[in-house]
Ligand binder design. Sequence first.
Ligand code: FA5
Length: 349
Amino acid sequence: MESKIILVRDEFTAELEKAENSADLEAIRVKYLGKKGPVTELMKGMKDLTPDEKKAFGQKVNDLKSELTEKLTEKTKFLKEQEILKEIESMPEFDISMPAALGEGSYHPVTLVQRECERIFKTMGFAVEDYSEIVTDYECFEALNIPKHHPARDMQDTYYLENGQLLKSHTSAAQNAIYKKYKDALINDGVPIKAIFPGRCFRNEATDACHENTFFQMEGVMVDKDISISNLIYFMKTMLSEVFRKDLKVRLRPGFFPFVEPGFELDISCLICGGEGCPSCKHSGWLELCPCGMIHPEVLKAGGIDPDEYTGFAFGLGLTRLVMMKYGIKDIRDLNSGSLKTLTQFIDE
Ligand code: FA5
């Protein structure tokens, strides 16, 4: 029996030496380690041995099996490396100092629309703020009146880091920091808080024509004495008419967000299908674009602002969806596709 082990090892080694590609390796694996191969045969042959012989011989067959498996893995790695080297050698030589064949390049459509929105809001006196993509649970939820175990968290499942931080699921996660940054100027000098903060957001959710797991929003807040829903509607209308430069059908309906009271959903009539219904608007004819509302007193308090003295509005514009509507892009996933053919055709107006 021992001599059989040696024979199997030698034959295997000789065949492995000759293997030239992954198909050869697979054939060798099946031949030697498959159900009908010599290793299985050796195992079966042990039935006539005494228990002590079985133990010792079984160990040897197991060692043989591990050895053959290891050698196969090594050879697979070796052949793969050879394949890569061959591919590199066959590549045409190129001069890295040559200008790119693609021409000048262009801005991503999200960048174009984001800049346009920033320009519009800057002319209305809003500061543009940048905020981290990694935030704390407090910033993303607790400071926004969404305590642990609140059902509103279900709508915004995101990606968590091992240290408990998370990738922000909405730009509202920056609200608390913005209030804290500007509250002294508001309280001591009477300067209203007016800021927008665009940013990338992440959600652990299934993708479709109008949902991505990574997308952009643009948050805006305004806080002062006597701010009302009329101010909110004025700024939303101005922004949309400037971005689209045409008449739009817009509807405002009640919407629940724990950080605003009252809260609204601002929808626009789908510009892909003209309101008829299509996959881009989930066949409703309307696209949820910009939830908004009056900032909840608890949220102002968490930002160090007295809600009895000050009021404000906040909105969370779906920037990527706005891009879809502005440029007639039917599937949101095209925007993350990295396809230059798709992404380089948009120009700054
Ligand atoms: C929010 O994220 C709230 N933070 C918005 C808000 C801010 C409300 C301030 C009130 C006051 P919502 O989950 O609905 O809400 O997302 C806001 C917008 O982001 C949506 O209307 C949509 O345009 C866009 N959006 C949401 N999820 C996705 C997604 N998966 N892919 C692309 N766009 C999305």
